[in-house]
Design a protein around this ligand. Structure first.
Ligand code: CA
Length: 232
C-alpha cells in the first residue's frame, strides 16, 4: 500500500471514530435530559421562599410548592386529600416544607381571597395556615361558580380562626388592593416565570408534576431529592 492510500484510509477511520463519538455524546445528552413522564419541563430550582407562607421545618431539605387558587375546586380537593398525607409523612417529620403561592386564575374572587390571605400572613404568619384551611372549607361543595368569596366572609373567617388579626386592617387591605399589590405582583410574576397553566400546580423544588393528585409520584420525587441531599 502506498503512503497516500494509507493516509487516506487512516483519515476515513479517524472521521468514523469522531462521528461515532459525536453520536454517542448526543445520545448520552439526550438520555440525561429525558424527564420522567410524570413531570413536565423542570427548572433548576423552585421560587425563593422568603415572604411566602411556609408550613413545616424552615430548614427542611426539600421544599414543595403549591401554586393554588382559593376559588379553584381542584385546589380544595388537593388540600383536603393530598395535603394531609404530605403533612403526616413528610412535613410533620421535618423532611419537607410547603410554600403556597397565590395563582389568580378565577378573577375577582381569587384576588379578594389572596388579598385577605396576604393580609393575615403579613399580620400573623402563625395564623396563616388556619385561615388558608378555613377559606377552602368555606368553598361550596357544588355550584363553584356562584360568588362566595366576599369581604364579609373573609373577615368572618379571620375572626374565627385567629385572635392575632386586626380586622380593620384586614378590611382595609381587602378594600384597597394597592396595600398588598406588591405581594400579589410577586406571586403573579412567579406564575409566569414557572409557566403555571393550571391549579393546583405542585412542584417538588424545580420539578412540576403533571398530575398533582398522583401521590406515589410525589413521594418518588421527594424521596429522590431526600436521597440526593443525604448523599451530599
Ligand atoms: Ca404570596
Amino acid at each position: 500500500m502506498n503512503k497516500s492510500k494509507r493516509i487516506g484510509r487512516n483519515l476515513v477511520l479517524y472521521t468514523l471514530i469522531v462521528v461515532a463519538l459525536v453520536l454517542l455524546l448526543a445520545l448520552v445528552n439526550h438520555i440525561g435530559q429525558e424527564e420522567p413522564s410524570e413531570t413536565s419541563g423542570s427548572f433548576d430550582s423552585g421560587p425563593l421562599t422568603e415572604n411566602q407562607p411556609l408550613i413545616g421545618n424552615p430548614d427542611a431539605p426539600v421544599t414543595v410548592y403549591e401554586f393554588g387558587d382559593f376559588k379553584c375546586p381542584a385546589c380544595k380537593v388537593w388540600n383536603d386529600q393530598l395535603f394531609p398525607l404530605l403533612m403526616e409523612e413528610y412535613i410533620d417529620t421535618g423532611k419537607v416544607n410547603l410554600v403556597f403561592i397565590n395563582t389568580l386564575f378565577h378573577g375577582e374572587e381569587s384576588l379578594l381571597a389572596s388579598l385577605a390571605a396576604e393580609s393575615v400572613f403579613a399580620q400573623s404568619p402563625e395564623s396563616y395556615w388556619d385561615f388558608h384551611k378555613a377559606i377552602y372549607n368555606a368553598q361550596p361543595e357544588t355550584d363553584h361558580d356562584s360568588a362566595w368569596v366576599t369581604p364579609e366572609l373573609m373577615i368572618e373567617l379571620a375572626e374565627n380562626t385567629s385572635d392575632g388579626i386586626n380586622l380593620e386592617r384586614l378590611k382595609r387591605d381587602i378594600d384597597d388592593p394597592t396595600a398588598l399589590s406588591s405581594q400579589i405582583e410577586v406571586d403573579n410574576a412567579l406564575v409566569t416565570e414557572f409557566k403555571v397553566e393550571k391549579t393546583p400546580t405542585i412542584m417538588v423544588e424545580g420539578i412540576p408534576m403533571t398530575d398533582p393528585f398522583d401521590y406515589e409520584t410525589l413521594k418518588v420525587l421527594i424521596d429522590t431529592r431526600l436521597g440526593a441531599e443525604s448523599d451530599e
